[in-house]
Design a protein around this ligand. Structure first.
Ligand code: ADP
Ligand code: MG
Length: 253
């Protein structure tokens, strides 16, 4: 499963010729965007905001997507997150072509294969730390005992082992974002997607979150993040810049 040779079908022709440093990640393609276009229709007016984006994302990579406001970052993230579909082009998540999926399929894929981190944490205010982390496991049908065990482990991993029964309002922004990160890790997703994950944090909490991302990267997690933070981009391993709905640059560090 983890070697290039044993990749099944969809990976066969991808990644060839790319100048990627060996050893820093597993070159297995976990997501593939092929000629993605997105048009929004508003009554009689239509606006194409993505004009043909083709990108491969590799297992274990740490990717940031940057670009000026309005260039299409969130539109692209919504497609990657199976929250929206392209107008044309194909999006493979793992082995699965998501293009033909209906809303139910997409939501099943989202729950099983993706972890989301948002700028504003999006925790459920009535639930405590442990229960927030358990949410995705509940939807995947894990037993209570199993969920509790996984969520406790994850809370400890993000440094919240002492705050399992705290509600979000009893936590700092940085702590809330750590709960959100633990929740995103719960189902051991193929990709963790984040939209401006340090955007609401002071510099100290932001720095702690960046350290946590470094740890996740070192542990082999696949991270794709939209950000305006130069610091976050510098710590990522691949920096993609969008401009006017197209990839302007795509670099590794
Ligand atoms: P970014 O995240 O890079 O700031 P977006 O992907 O949010 O950019 O938006 C790209 C363009 O698409 C913008 O011009 C925005 O106004 C437009 N847009 C985004 N979402 C919609 C929508 N649901 N309907 C119509 N236009 C939209
Ligand atoms: Mg945006």
């Amino acid at each position: 499963m983890t070697t290039m040779d044993s990749s099944t079908g969809s990976g066969a022709s991808t990644g060839a010729g790319s100048a990627l440093a060996p050893g820093s990640y597993n070159p297995e393609v976990v997501a593939r965007l092929d000629a993605i276009r997105k048009t929004y229709y508003m009554g009689a007016i239509s606006v194409e905001v993505l004009h043909g984006i083709s990108l491969n994302f590799h297992r274990g990579d740490y990717i940031t997507i940057m670009g000026p406001s309005g260039c299409g970052k969130s539109t692209l993230m919504n497609i990657l997150g199976c929250l929206d579909q392209p107008t044309s082009g194909t999006y493979y998540l793992g082995e699965e072509d998501t293009s033909a999926m209906n809303d139910d399929d997409l939501s099943a894929v989202r729950g099983a294969r993706l972890g989301f981190i948002f700028q504003s944490y999006n925790l459920i205010q009535q639930l405590d730390v442990l229960e927030n982390i358990e949410m995705p496991l509940f939807y995947q049908g894990y037993s209570e005992t199993e969920s509790r065990e996984i969520a406790t482990g994850l809370a400890e991993r993000v440094g919240l082992g002492e705050r399992l029964d705290h509600k979000p309002f009893e936590l700092s922004g940085g702590q809330q974002q750590r709960v959100a990160i633990a929740r995103a890790l719960a189902v051991d997703p193929l990709i963790i997607l984040a939209d401006e994950p340090t955007g609401n944090l002071d510099s100290k909490s932001g720095a702690e979150i960046l350290n946590l991302f470094d740890e996740l990267h070192a542990q082999g997690k696949t991270l794709i993040m939209v950000t305006h933070s130069d610091e976050l981009a510098e710590r990522s391993r691949r920096q993609i810049r969008l401009r006017d709905g197209l990839v302007e640059s795509d670099e590794r560090s």
